[in-house]
Ligand binder design. Structure first.
Ligand code: NAP
Ligand code: GDD
Length: 326
């Protein structure tokens, strides 16, 4: 029997990679999209004839219930969120509604329509915030540092609560930063790779960034979506840290990215106070031992490969050689 998956946030970075992965596994895919005056299907345009897009919104409970009733998925992947940390400081209430309460709306829809549906919640290393332990595991206490992190923490605990209260197969994947050529341009890795490509092609001379000392455990999004799927194939729901186990600074990302095209980053990067945050997450590094032991998952793409892949893709994109979907 063909399995059916509903992906919320299918128009986002992870949604597009997960859809590709699940199609390869033989799934029928329903991608939840919200109504917009312009189409935001750039990342899934190449999949349009192989998936169904269906309309609903994490802000609207009834739309979620109707969706589940009509399409009856076996698995739901909740990737939709207001996911940009600086926006969560300027729009904290919206972030709480979508990224936090939106999880409850979806879990409750599953509970009401069919509690045998398996559900994946996209939790985040941002919940560790001002870290109290290095490296971070599934048992590390949380200390979020942004309205986004606080909203994700609510989503994480409500997922566990619905698992324990209603016996749902509800799993929380605590994913550390993962990037790709499909990353939004506002996130630091893509801002750097795109900036480097523009400077290399003579379209810009400087790249303005914030805190260069922040350290992240950066992996490749294409590797991480496999972990999401593996989690829902387990007999029992659980929580999993998904990470590379390495950390690198924004400064290192710049060094490798500029060096890859023969440029000296120090001649082009300008530190601008505008990009600093009210509260910063200084250091993230995950311990993916549980995911390795229980799921057999490990990150396959190295940090250097990731940086170079992103710079090369942006050079190609800016020179009109591809659509940004490599
Ligand atoms: P992304 O590119 O920002 O995509 C977010 C998706 O959510 C988009 O498809 C967006 O739709 C959708 N969305 C936003 N508000 C919605 C609403 N009210 N109703 C329905 N859909 C809505 O995020 P991503 O990088 O793919 O990340 C996927 C998930 O993993 C997110 O929940 C994120 O917080 C979480 N996460 C990401 C990382 C990471 O490093 N990438 C790490 C840990 C956790 P539009 O296209 O219409 O805006
Ligand atoms: N965006 C951005 N822009 N970040 C900058 C800049 C800049 O110009 N300069 C320095 N940074 C620093 C930020 O201060 C932060 O410490 C780090 O780069 C990473 O920022 P982002 O790429 O915006 O990602 P994030 O870590 O805040 O959040 C991402 O990862 C989370 C998982 O830990 C997002 O994808 C979240 O949705 C995700 O949950």
């Amino acid at each position: 029997m063909t399995k059916r998956a509903l992906i919320t946030g299918i128009t986002g970075q992870d949604g597009s990679y997960l859809a590709e992965f699940l199609l390869d596994q033989g799934y029928e895919i329903f991608g939840m999209v919200r109504r917009s005056s312009t189409v935001t299907f750039e990342r899934i345009a190449h999949l349009q004839d192989r998936i169904s897009t269906v309309f609903a919104d994490l802000l609207d409970q009834a739309s979620l219930i109707e969706l589940l009733r009509e399409y009856r998925p076996d698995e739901v992947y909740n990737l939709a969120a207001q996911s940009f940390v600086p926006t969560s400081f300027s729009q904290p209430v919206l972030t709480g509604e979508v990224t936090g309460l939106g999880v409850t709306r979806l879990l409750d829809a599953v509970r009401l329509v069919d509690p045998t549906i398996r559900i994946y919640q996209a939790s985040s290393s941002e919940m560790f915030g001002k870290v109290v332990e290095v490296p971070q595991t599934e048992r590390t206490p949380f200390y979020p540092r942004s309205p986004y992190g606080v909203a994700k923490l609510y989503g994480h605990w409500i997922t566990i609560n619905y698992r324990e209260s209603y016996n749902l197969h509800a799993t929380s994947g605590i994913l550390f930063n993962h990037e790709s050529p499909r990353r939004g341009l506002e996130f630091v890795t893509r801002k750097i790779s795109h900036g480097v490509a523009r400077i290399k092609l003579g379209r810009d001379s400087e790249l303005r960034l914030g805190n260069l000392e922040a350290q992240r455990d950066w992996g490749f999004a294409g590797d991480y979506v496999k972990a999401m799927w593996l989690m829902l194939q387990q007999d029992q729901p659980d929580d999993y840290v998904v990470a590379t186990g390495e950390t690198h600074s924004v400064r290192e990302f710049c060094e490798i990215a500029f060096d890859h095209v023969g440029l000296d980053w120090e001649r082009h990067v300008v530190v601008d106070d505008k990009f600093f945050r009210p509260a910063e997450v200084d250091l993230l590094i995950g311990d993916p031992t549980h995911a390795k032991q229980a799921l057999g998952w490990t990150a396959e793409t190295s940090f250097d490969e990731l940086v170079r892949m992103m710079v090369d893709a942006d050079l190609d994109l800016l020179q009109g050689r591809l659509s940004g979907l490599s």
